[in-house]
Ligand binder design. Structure first.
Ligand code: GDP
Ligand code: IMO
Ligand code: MG
Length: 423
């Protein structure tokens, strides 16, 4: 395997965690470069389920080094809790297998409060955020008033910067009618997380450059998905980072010419959690998948909205990310259907569109144009070889890859590591 950026090609929750876990049999380093603990990456190994929020999914493979890069926004209390939770399950998390960038920005309690307050104030126009404080934390970063991981290493500097931020944020929170935060509480919570995190913190850019020189194989673990990207997604119904391939370079300090390929992960159908336009959303498909106990959010537990596969969206994801290869997950979710619809175009005001409009009001008005493919009506969860997949399942996978404009290399038929078909 070469240095690979793995991105979600849809609206998040494509099954990135499962595919990363599968690929880390070979990758030596796994890097998170954007997002925060809004992510929820599910990995099931040996019957145990892990949901990773900030720590790269490679942590479950002994010998794999994990890096939380500068582009991530890190809630120190949440990451400390995640480390302790993994250790309680017997996973080794030490400075030998986890490094945290000193340049990553911190998510602090006022970010979470502000995230929630703004959502409530928006009423029916809300984004449907995870309320993890992601937007306000990136807002502070861009406004150059954020606190960074390095600040945790110096208690007096941390206290001084925190006091100023709490004072300003308490004033803002009061306009929403929210109780002020107590400086001492936030400080002591932050410093106690800092004690646990200290040994993990360092300059991850230098580490990654040495790894590049030593020709170690790297996997960049994208969080969220292409259409949640702050620039290319369905703005404002997006997250606050660059979830697309370019974000992996700025968020890690690894230069673009050291990347060898981009792998897009997508479900065999489409899901979205939170508000915003979703052209192929379909109530019967949602009911069917929820009835199977599937498609409930890994971070917030919310029911995900579900719909047919949208090749218009994924084709566009291919352009932005430069997707070379595709991994399709959750094929087994479609096992029972007699006929499966795939959206190949949108229709807007009588015109056929090959690419999604960037204005979300126009996207919301797009009507999907479907092609129907025959289903296979056979369970696929126990199949491990491409040749043993039902012919109609093979055709479905090859067609959606062709319409998406990239090469199919992996098909996933269940959440477990071994339920994976390599082409
Ligand atoms: P991520 O955020 O992209 O890592 O995806 P999530 O973990 O949030 O959501 C994907 C869900 O699908 C999780 O519950 C996975 O365990 C599950 N999953 C992944 N691949 C498959 C698959 O091929 N079949 C089934 N049945 N479940 C899968
Ligand atoms: P993974 O990495 C799916 C969505 C939220 C909301 C919007 C903004 O597991 O695929 P935020 O809290 O980021 O400000 O919320 O983005 N969202 C995700 N949806 N998967 C995710 O991550 C998501 N992270 C954020 O539901 O619509
Ligand atoms: Mg997820």
């Amino acid at each position: 395997m070469a240095n690979t950026i793995l991105v979600g090609a849809q609206w998040g929750d494509e099954g990135k965690g499962k595919i990363i876990d599968f690929l880390t049999e070979r990758a030596e380093i796994v890097v998170r470069s954007q997002g925060g603990n809004n992510a929820g990456h599910t990995v099931i190994v040996g019957g145990t389920k892990y949901v990773l929020h900030l720590i790269p999914s490679g942590i479950l493979r002994p010998g794999t080094k994990c890096v939380i890069g500068n582009g991530v926004v890190l809630d120190p209390v949440a990451v400390a809790g995640e480390i302790e939770g993994l250790r309680a399950k017997g996973v080794s998390v030490t400075p030998d297998n986890l490094l945290i960038s000193d340049a990553a920005h911190l998510v602090l309690p006022y970010h979470r409060k502000l995230d929630e307050a703004r959502e409530i104030a928006k009423g029916s126009g809300k984004i449907g955020t995870t309320k993890r404080g992601i937007g306000p934390a990136y807002g502070d970063k861009i406004s150059r008033v954020g606190l960074r991981v390095a600040d945790l290493l110096n208690p007096s500097v941390f206290a001084e910067k925190l006091a100023a931020r709490i004072s300003e944020n308490n004033a803002i929170l009061s306009t929403f009618g929210i109780e002020p935060l107590t400086f001492e509480n936030v400080l002591s919570e932050g410093l106690s997380a800092a004690e646990l995190l200290k040994p993990f913190i360092g300059n991850t850019v230098v580490f990654l450059h040495e790894a590049v020189r030593a020709k170690k194989e790297m996997l960049f673990e994208g969080a969220q998905g292409t259409f949640l990207d702050i620039d290319h997604g369905t703005y404002p119904y997006v997250t606050s980072s660059n979830t697309t391939a370019g974000g992996a370079c700025t968020g890690s300090g690894v230069p673009p010419h050291r990347i060898d390929r981009v792998l897009g992960v997508m479900k065999a159908y489409t899901t979205r959690v939170g508000e915003g336009p979703f052209p192929t959303e379909d109530a019967p498909i949602s009911d069917m998948l929820h009835g199977m106990g599937r498609e409930f959010g890994s971070t917030t537990g919310r029911a995900r909205r579900c719909g047919w596969f949208d090749a218009v969206a994924v084709r566009y994801a291919g352009m932005i990310n430069g997707i070379d290869d595709l991994a399709v997950t959750n094929l087994d979710g479609l096992d029972s259907l007699a006929t499966i619809k795939v959206c190949t175009h949108y229709r807007l005001n009588g015109r056929l569109l090959e690419t999604p409009p960037m204005d979300y009001t126009q996207l919301a008005s797009c009507e999907p144009v479907y092609t129907e493919l025959p289903g296979w009506q056979t369970p696929t969860e126990d199949i491990r070889e491409w040749a043993n997949l039902p012919k109609n399942a093979q055709t479905y996978l090859l067609k959606i890859a062709e319409w998406s404009g990239a090469r199919l290399i992996i098909a996933s038929v269940g959440p477990n590591r071994e339920q994976t078909i390599l082409l």
